[in-house]
Design a protein around this ligand. Structure first.
Ligand code: ADP
Length: 166
């Protein structure tokens, strides 16, 4: 057993967090001493939830998972990792289609800062879940309740109802 403390950051948009993300967090915490879920504040296309809302929703979900915390960040991922003295970046993999993009991202991050990325594969049942798909299907009235935690489902319904009010 190593006595080295390993801190990982798990950066992403999490708009909203899905069962797939949560599955990756629960698997990954077995590998690290500390895991910081890091919500990127940089604008993604049409975000549904504000960074503050995303942080709050994730915090509620991970509050009983020891050694996991959540915050937002507003700079390059590698800068944020350095600021937090993180040893590794964690990213989730769903399928082979994720690999090419994630490979490029990980190589770029390593080239610019030397930090390595650790990948954790999600359960097969969440392999097709994306936050984008969740937002789109839910906006059109589809039932996404099996793909996201119930608390997030309720927040999503509320957000969409408020959004579509004239
Ligand atoms: P980003 O916009 O940075 O890709 P996401 O919130 O979409 O942010 O994803 C954050 C990380 O979680 C990425 O590594 C992504 O591949 C991974 N991820 C997204 N959805 C899932 C899922 N269903 N299962 C496992 N990992 C996932």
């Amino acid at each position: 057993m190593s006595d080295r403390f390993i801190r990982a950051i798990f950066p992403g948009s999490f708009d909203p967090i899905t069962n797939g993300h949560l599955d990756v967090i629960k698997r990954a915490i077995k590998l690290f001493d500390e895991l910081i879920v890091a919500v990127g504040r940089s604008p993604i296309k049409n975000p549904l939830f504000t960074p503050e809302e995303r942080v709050e929703m994730i915090a509620e979900l991970v509050k009983d998972i020891p050694r996991v915390s959540v915050e937002s960040f507003d700079c390059l991922t590698v800068e944020y990792a350095a600021r937090k003295k993180a040893d590794v970046i964690l990213r989730g993999l769903r399928s082979l289609t994720d690999v090419q993009y994630e490979f490029q991202l990980a190589m770029t991050n390593r080239a610019v800062s030397g930090i390595d990325t650790v990948f954790v594969m999600t359960s097969e049942q969440y392999g097709f879940t994306t936050s984008t798909m969740i937002r789109e299907v839910a906006a059109l009235g589809g039932d996404v309740s099996k793909l996201i935690p119930i608390a997030i489902y309720e927040k999503l319904q509320l957000k969409l109802a408020n959004r579509t009010k004239p």
